[in-house]
Design a protein around this ligand. Structure first.
Ligand code: SAH
Length: 366
């Protein structure tokens, strides 16, 4: 049996570490813009829902916060600061005689995440204690009832593993010649969706156990507009379609094997908004306090082609190298850039991307 503490999901891969030109730290403008766009919503969420007396009563003056899927920074530090400022604001307005709380922030990501870069870049003037917590968030990572506030942004679209059907040639969901579910048979999307549902339920269940009663969870999850036709709509998934076609071109030239392409699938899923809302509402231990969409005008899709390509590379380079071996990513992303240059309409017009970011606040029932 899997130990409760083991990292049960070796298939997932972390973002590109360090601070080089292709690193996540330097190529995550979109994710950062979501955290910045959510600042006001987050402040209201804490003020309206975080009850200091009932939440922190048993732990004296200590507030324990965790960011799940933190990557290497700096976005996670901005999120931590926004949360702490919001709690302080609430605190100042409520408690006259108490001393200010101490904050303990736990930064979680896969064990393969570049925690060294994260630790080295911790803001020197921070007003919180910090610790790294390695391991998959699709399982328990903290003791029961030990967290007061949970945060996760742009991370829950990553699946814990790929459904087996996608690589089974005897199955309708066999995703031959593609690496994503857009413009694929319906069975392919169904397989992705099924995995996403299971993963989200596992995440919510684990966090419900780790949160104290009345503790809150603030999640930002990318989702697809409800009415979306993958064969005509521009969408975040177009990047993966184009990337998949570049891999197929390389296979046809004999640079990689076609079988390798057939067995590779990008492990991210963007649920349809209405389905996502239903899934969030279905956990019995958590109540949904608020749901909102981040203002799309504040989400920055990188308009510069070179930077757009780097952003994709930062997210997928490690995964691709793990599957195809060293030495293909330079050529692959050169080809990707050339294809996008010829048809920039495929991914470069953010106003046409039917991708939204759901902001949701959940509370641990007592
Ligand atoms: N929250 C950050 C990073 C988002 S990128 C930001 O907003 O910028 C998604 C992150 O989730 C990556 O660092 C990836 O390694 C992490 N991740 C994906 N699956 C995970 C899992 N199962 N457990 C922990 N972290 C995971």
């Amino acid at each position: 049996m899997e130990s409760e503490f083991s990292n049960a999901f070796p298939e997932s891969c972390a973002m590109k570490g360090g601070e080089g030109p292709h690193s996540y730290a330097r190529n995550s403008t979109f994710q950062r813009s979501a955290i910045e766009a959510a600042k006001k919503l987050l402040q209201s969420a804490v003020i309206d829902n975080f009850d200091l007396k009932t939440t922190c009563g048993s732990s004296g003056n200590q507030i324990r916060i965790a960011d799940f899927g933190c990557s290497t920074g700096p976005n996670t530090f901005i999120a931590a600061q926004n949360i702490i400022e919001a709690v302080q604001l609430k605190y100042q307005s409520q408690s006259q005689n108490q001393s200010t709380p101490e904050f303990f922030v736990f930064f979680n990501d896969q064990a393969s995440n570049d925690f060294n870069t994260l630790f080295q870049k911790l803001p020197p003037n921070r007003n919180y204690f910090a610790a790294g917590v390695p391991g998959s968030f699709y399982g328990r990572l903290f003791p029961s009832q030990s967290l007061h506030l949970v945060h996760s942004s742009s991370s829950l679209s990553w699946l814990s593993k790929m459904p087996k059907e996608l690589t089974d040639r005897n199955c309708g969901a066999w995703n031959k010649g593609r690496i994503f579910y857009t413009n694929a048979p319906k069975e392919v999307e169904d397989a992705y969706e099924g995995q996403f549902k299971m993963d989200l339920a596992t995440f919510l269940q684990a966090r419900a156990q780790e949160l104290v009663g009345n503790g809150i969870m603030i999640l930002m999850i990318p989702a697809a507009h409800d009415v979306i036709d993958f064969s005509v709509d521009l969408y975040g998934g177009k990047d993966y379609e184009v990337l998949g076609s570049c891999l197929m071109d390389m296979a046809k030239l004999g640079l990689i094997s076609e079988e390798k392409v057939d067995t590779f699938n990008v492990p991210t899923y963007f649920p349809r908004l209405k389905d996502l809302k239903k899934m969030l509402e279905s956990n019995e231990d958590l109540s949904v306090e608020k749901m909102d969409l981040l203002d799309g005008n504040n989400l920055i899709i990188e308009p510069n082609l070179g930077r757009h390509v780097s952003q994709c590379r930062a997210a997928f380079e490690v995964l691709i190298e793990k599957h195809f071996g060293d030495g293909i990513v330079d050529e692959l992303f050169d080809r990707f850039a050339q294809k996008l240059m010829k048809s920039p309409q495929l991914t470069m017009y953010p106003q046409k991307l039917k991708l939204v970011m759901l902001f949701v606040v959940l509370k641990r029932k007592v």
